[in-house]
Design a protein around this ligand. Structure first.
Ligand code: 0RA
Length: 646
């Protein structure tokens, strides 16, 4: 069977041992797709598009392509067209196949053919077009070059036609059209507009002047088309990020500097804003390095040093021995660090941390040579930034004092637990859970209904502090947050120590209404800003109380949505008794346990950190003090109300 297919698809003359290996290579991709694209879920699906677009971007980086057009067609077919040189079509003598066929059927063949500065870059795994081909139900390529349009079709990675000339043209370029194989992407083959939009816009920012058009034509009556082209490159990116988060810039101009050493280039753009958040987004070869690395570390160290030097030179510190810390200098920064280098080395589990040390040296040199000069030439900007940093340092010192006081008064110590905590008996965090409950009456029910061995209850009441608008010193002295900090036992901010966490599951249990989601968002913002590893390591959950109790005679069901309620009513043959729960307090302790707290029957949402950047943006928008971006966000996301998507 296998051999039959091979024989059909390969030109007679080229049938050899090495070709069999070639095709087996793609079989391996279909057998273990996760190894090549990370997952076969939505992430992997979108990765197919990035992989194809990245090839066109490489052609743009080589200086031959100015426009890339990406379309999502009905049936979730992706079309990517560029006006580059076109993938070469000449015969590869060794394999007896046209180069374009080799590129699409041989693993890792991307950069080996044609030479001329083309190199494989970007992409989470940088696996190339052949992997996309292998994982597509079908894929068609159209290469315009040397006066002709050349076409070839593949199915599940195997050529089903030869490369044929189907027309004439004076233009050059490459068009790849494909349909992800539903046999591989069993979860979904539907693309998300915003995911693709975000990535394509980001790529336009990172490649100044490159024009990317993106169209969603799946719904004919409602087709969308957008164009991204930014002459300002990463400074436009920084402006855009400040604007979409609702921040106000602290100085008019984005500071944008770059340096090349012949082999690599380093480019940074940053602008301070009126928030207290640090936002540094870094890229290596246009790939987002989520875990940072040598380029990002060098940037952080260099700005700390250079701003300290400037402040010392102009005697801006009252105490001569005083120095700004990294955190002070980074408060309110919005920065994009982008480096391009050959042979990028990636570390960390997610392969998103840059390891090349030489690029750190280049970033350091860039800032030493150009940031110091910039500050000399723009003293108003320099002073605005330094005033903010010095102020941040003062707050840090005040927070330190508040923390020491709190420590001394044992408020934060794990020896004295807050009054509102009904602790559990066991102390093994592998098994214990903490329910954070809003309101005394719900807290009372939870205490009575819980399994005392492993379930602890902390009741919160009154208005919760919005940490997005407060700084550390306020957080340390806030009487709503302190009990949470004390109960969890793992400290906060710099002192945070996950190994001291007293409960493996931290479950927010709030009413299923607007006030409840408000409390929930406030707590999540707090965890995100001050105890982020709790979210990263999957310790935070959101309880899902039922909305209705549907009963008739001796049968009782709990419904978590209107649809479920109607289904139970139908099941009971109509005429059921329906109770709508407006709050947790309306359930008696047994009901609350059974529906919301019992590990055997409950449903909970686990809070994920799919994308720290996305979460950060969401929190800034939801909890910051600008109304406009929040309204936009709520309007856009109203459809997801039942889903806390952070
Ligand atoms: C290898 C060599 C050359 C171009 C390309 C690859 C190429 C690949 C892709 C993938 C998508 N779009 C692309 N455009 C070009 C250059 C060959 C020459 O010298 O003309």
């Amino acid at each position: 069977m296998e051999n039959e297919i091979l024989e059909q698809n390969l030109p007679e003359s080229s049938y050899s041992e090495s070709d069999i290996q070639v095709l087996e290579g793609l079989e391996a991709v279909r057998k273990r797709p996760g190894m090549y694209i990370g997952s076969t879920g939505p992430r992997g699906l979108h990765h197919l598009v990035y992989e194809i677009v990245d090839n066109s971007i490489d052609e743009a980086l080589a200086g031959y392509c100015t426009h890339i057009e990406v379309e999502v067609l009905p049936g979730d077919i992706i079309s990517v067209r560029d006006n580059g040189r076109g993938i070469p079509v000449g015969m590869n003598e060794k394999l007896g196949l046209p180069a374009v066929t080799v590129v699409l059927t041989v693993l890792h063949a991307g950069g080996k053919f044609g030479g001329g500065g083309y190199k494989v870059a970007g992409g989470l795994h940088g696996v190339g077009s052949s992997v996309v081909n292998a994982l597509s139900e079908w894929l068609e390529v159209e290469v315009s070059r040397e006066g002709h349009i050349h076409h070839q079709r593949f199915e599940q990675g195997k050529a089903v036609t030869d490369l044929k000339i189907i027309g004439d043209t004076q233009e050059t370029g490459t068009l790849v059209r494909f349909k992800a194989d539903p046999a591989i992407f069993t979860e979904t083959t539907e693309y998300d507009f915003e995911t693709l939009q975000k990535r394509l816009r980001e790529q336009a920012f990172l490649n100044a002047g490159l024009q990317i058009t993106f169209s969603d034509r799946r719904d004919e009556a409602n087709s969308k088309s957008e164009e991204y082209c930014y002459e300002g490159g990463i400074s436009s990116f920084v402006e855009y990020l400040n604007k979409t988060r609702g921040y106000t810039a602290l100085h008019d101009e984005v500071i944008h500097i770059s340096l090349s050493d012949g082999e690599s280039t380093a480019e940074v753009a940053f602008q301070y804003n009126d928030s207290y958040n640090e936002n540094i987004i870094s890229f290596a070869n246009n790939m987002h390095t989520v875990d940072g690395g040598t380029h990002e570390d060098a940037f952080k160290r260099a700005i700390t040093r250079i701003f300290n030097d400037y402040a010392l030179k102009y005697k801006m510190f009252k105490d001569e021995k005083f120095r700004l810390k990294g955190d002070d200098v980074r408060e309110g920064i919005m920065a994009v660090v982008s480096v391009k280098l050959e042979d990028a080395q990636f570390e960390s589990q997610t392969k998103a941390k840059l390891g090349n040390t030489a690029i750190g040296t280049l970033v350091n040199k860039l800032l030493s040579e150009k940031l110091a000069d910039y500050l000399e030439e723009n003293p108003t900007t320099a002073k605005a930034i330094l005033n903010k940093s010095i102020n941040a340092a003062k707050v840090r010192e005040a927070a330190q004092k508040a923390r020491d006081n709190a420590r001394n008064s044992k408020k934060l110590s794990s020896f004295r637990m807050p009054e509102k905590l009904a602790d559990c008996i066991w102390s093994d965090p592998e098994r214990t859970e903490l329910f954070i409950v809003e309101g005394d009456s719900a807290g009372g029910s939870a205490i009575q209904g819980r399994k005392r061995d492993f379930q602890a209850i902390l009741s919160l009441w009154g208005k919760m502090l919005n940490v997005e608008k407060a700084r550390l010193d306020k957080v340390y002295t806030n009487d709503k947050l302190l009990p949470v900090v004390a109960s969890l036992g793992c400290g906060i901010g710099e002192d945070f120590d996950l190994s001291k966490l007293r409960y493996g599951k931290v479950i927010i249990m709030a009413d299923a209404d607007v006030d409840g989601s408000h409390i929930c968002t406030l707590l999540l913002t707090f965890f995100f800003r001050y105890m982020r590893p709790l979210i990263e390591e999957g310790h935070i959950y959101i309880a899902q109380p039922p909305l209705y109790r549907v009963s008739k005679a001796k049968q009782t069901f709990y419904a978590f949505s209107d649809e479920e309620r109607d289904a139970y009513i139908a099941q009971l043959g109509g005429n059921a008794d329906i109770q709508r729960y407006k709050g947790l307090g309306e359930m008696d302790p047994e009901q609350l346990f059974e529906t919301t707290m019992d590990p055997a029957t409950r449903t909970m949402l686990k809070v994920h950190m799919e994308d720290a950047q996305q979460a950060d943006e969401t929190f800034s928008i939801l909890m910051g003090d600008k109304v406009e971006p929040r309204r936009d966000f709520i309007e856009k996301n109203a459809q997801y109300v039942s889903n806390l998507d952070i």
